[in-house]
Design a protein around this ligand. Sequence first.
Ligand code: NAP
Length: 369
Amino acid sequence: MAAASVRQVNIAIIAPGAGGVGKCFLSQLEQLTVRRPSPKVVLTYICTSKKAIYSTDHVAIPLNTVTTTLASSQQTPLALPKLVDFLGTSGSKTVLVDNTSSQDVADAYPLFLSHGISIVTPNKKAFSGSYKLWQDIFSAAEQSGAKVYHESSVGAGLPVISTLKDLVDTGDEVTKVEGVFSGTMSFLFNSFAPTSGSGGKWSAEVKKAKELGYTEPDPRDDLNGLDVARKLTILARLAGLPVESPAAFPVQSLIPKELESVASGDEFLEKLPAFDAQMEETKAAAEKEGKVVRFVGSIDVATKQVKVGLEKFDLSHPIAALKGSDNIISFYTKRYGSNPLIIQGAGAGGDVTAMGVTSDLLKVLSQIA
Ligand SMILES: NC(=O)c1ccc[n+]([C@@H]2O[C@H](COP(=O)([O-])OP(=O)(O)OC[C@H]3O[C@@H](n4cnc5c(N)ncnc54)[C@H](OP(=O)(O)O)[C@@H]3O)[C@@H](O)[C@H]2O)c1
């Protein structure tokens, strides 16, 4: 390939986003192209689930007007195998940015990678699905030389995945990973069982979290623990445990059995106060020991145990002292001894999540361009 074309990298974006990560990423990408003109980053394909913009000769799509152009576009998205073919014919190195949470897009990663198309994404689905998909992704990348980065799939923009990779790659022995991996659970427990004061009733805190936009539209999608289990699956695999899926280890759901099948999130919230006594009991039991209860995930690497659920912590423990909706992740390793390496901060939000995606893109650019 001629030197001139190596210095251009094409970008394809799935999900520019109406208000989430995709929108923030587009804005960061636009600033990046101004700040760092080399390598030249050229947007050649962009789509929502209904609309797309692309041209057969891979003409650059202007970033400053893309949102409005896309909204009025008459083109529909290419089916994923067709998109692989389209991106493969450009003659330039290409990076796919997947800002969806789509399993279908995640399932196609091995195909993209085997055609030399690198991937950056905050989408957890590919890395926490079946272990076979995980293996297919990384073996396709190894064979083709394409890169795959997914920093924001755990802890949003916090450097969780890169830190764990660095610990492992430099030969440290990671013995345990423990933390609060969900902004929603962090907010709920920091207000339900604060280290000082009494906190509100469980159902009232869940309702407040929903009103503040901290929960999914149906709060059960946070309270079932699956989102945390997916993040633990990713970290456990990076720490060397071949975890089959998020269903392969114990995950405590905070949804009362009786409310698992109620029809809607609103009905769930309406009926939740009847179950406040259960959570109150858990809180009181912790208080009796001078502790607070928190929803955590942990990976014990030596015993190969992964679990997600409620644990009690001394008031002086960093996990107990967490504020707002922050995440905290502690890495216990041979080198760090009894004082773990701790990463803490916002683990959700469009801008910080997009920051992880943009920094992944920069890493890929530095390796392929
Ligand atoms: N928000 C955060 O704080 C945060 C933190 C860490 C990680 N993440 C991850 O970041 C990703 C994006 O999060 P978000 O909050 O921006 O989600 P979101 O608001 O649900 O946006 C995702 C967008 O993807 C589009 N989409 C879905 N399937 C698609 C497909 N097959 N093809 C094209 N577009 C498709 C949807 O747009 P249309 O239906 O309109 O096309 C949707 O608006 C997710 O994987 C999420 O788990 C988010």
